[in-house]
Ligand binder design. Structure first.
Ligand SMILES: [Mg+2]
Length: 378
């Protein structure tokens, strides 16, 4: 029998038997995002985050835990650059060795397309920081006309999905394309293309999967409480992503981060069914179900008929800690390429890197060109 929390379209009934398990996932299920700071500092943070997560699960957050939580906010969201020349030298060394480990996907373009010869590329794209620049006001994270065009061309040549923490409605409002799959709310809300021009001629697919449907009333309630509790903190903004919430602290003075963390903590204590993860200047509140961008990637590959195929090359491009779940899935599958968008070295499960959305645009443009050329040769 179909799980009552799972909505599956008739045509995609392959997922009818999917069981959604509830996990005791820790506060930080993947390592915190960190920038140019020493490895020992990272290990300390990881340890602090682990301790923190255990305590969150027990609804027992003390002042010390809040401090390490705020430390983690600071490290995933650096507000200043290092200045001393000694640091600069070591940072440069660090950056040089990092780029050897995670080379530019533009420099590795030939290797990537050679690996995809005779196989099906499936594109997965994060939104914020990948297709759009990170901006002060998350409601204004528009993509350029040029980026929209290239994503559309990618979608006409390869099955393409946007995988984001945002709600589908919000991201669709930015992207305005009907040729692609949307996996919103960290993959907890998946819809297929609605255009007849979509790759493979699929159209009007609508909702494919909503594993966290039963959490919607709780999310709405917590959204209202958080809005009330954070309205005294200048710059704080709570975004309702339908199946999850984002507390943006991009515009909050660093001195007030502790106050913000305390407010969020005081709300979460009453909702052990919700967990907290961190991204770039954002606290993400999500149901504790074991579902993330990596699971969404697997779901979409299965929907497209590539669950066990050797002939698929999934390419996932993203900039955030939540994208690491998808990079990890690609490593586990031993297929495809994870590409991290970052100007600074970060620990990652990706294989390659790109610096910013303009390089993402360039990579996608070359991919479309390559596809058109190979079709012409065939
Ligand atoms: Mg992002």
């Amino acid at each position: 029998m179909m799980n009552q929390n799972v909505i599956v379209s008739d045509r995609k009934a392959i997922l009818g038997s999917k069981t959604v398990t509830v996990s005791n996932s820790p506060l930080f299920s993947s390592p915190p995002t960190y920038f140019t700071f020493p490895r020992h500092k990272f290990l300390e943070l990881l340890e602090a985050a682990d301790k923190n997560s255990n305590n969150i699960n027990k609804n027992n957050l003390g002042a010390g835990k809040i401090a390490s939580w705020v430390d983690s906010m600071r490290d995933s969201s650096p507000t200043r650059l290092r200045s001393s020349s000694r640091d600069s030298v070591s940072d440069n060394d660090h950056k040089a060795s990092w780029i050897v480990r995670f080379p530019s996907a533009l420099n590795m373009f030939d290797e990537i397309v050679n690996a995809a010869k005779g196989k099906q590329i499936v594109m997965f794209l994060d939104y914020d920081g990948t297709l759009s620049p990170i901006v002060e006001d998350p409601d204004k994270a528009y993509i350029t006309h040029e980026m929209r065009e290239v994503v559309k061309n990618v979608a006409l040549n390869f099955p393409t999905a946007i995988v984001t923490g945002r709600s589908i409605d919000k991201v669709r409002g930015f992207v305005k394309l009907n040729e692609i799959y949307y996996a919103g709310s960290h993959g907890m809300d998946i819809e297929g293309p609605t255009s007849e021009y979509a790759y493979g001629g699929e159209s009007n697919q609508g909702v494919l999967f909503q594993p966290a449907r039963e959490f919607v009333p709780m999310i709405e309630k917590v959204y209202k409480i958080l809005e009330e509790k954070t309205k005294w903190i200048p710059g704080a903004m709570v975004e309702n992503n339908k199946f999850c919430l984002s507390v943006h602290f991009r515009r909050v003075d660093e001195k007030r981060w502790t106050g913000l963390a305390e407010q969020v903590k005081s709300v979460l204590i009453d909702y052990p069914q919700l967990k907290l993860t961190q991204g770039r200047k954002v606290l993400e509140i999500r149901p504790t179900i074991k579902w993330d961008k990596g699971q969404a990637l697997n779901f979409l590959l299965k929907s497209l008929g590539f669950e066990k195929s050797e002939d698929v090359v999934p390419v996932y491009i993203g900039d955030d800690r939540t994208d690491e779940d998808a990079f990890k899935v690609l490593r586990e599958r031993g297929q495809g390429f994870g590409i991290l968008v970052s100007k600074v070295p970060k620990e990652t499960n990706a294989s390659y890197s790109l610096q910013d959305p303009s390089q993402v645009n360039e990579f996608l443009r070359r991919l479309v060109e390559w596809k058109r050329k190979t079709v012409g040769e065939a």
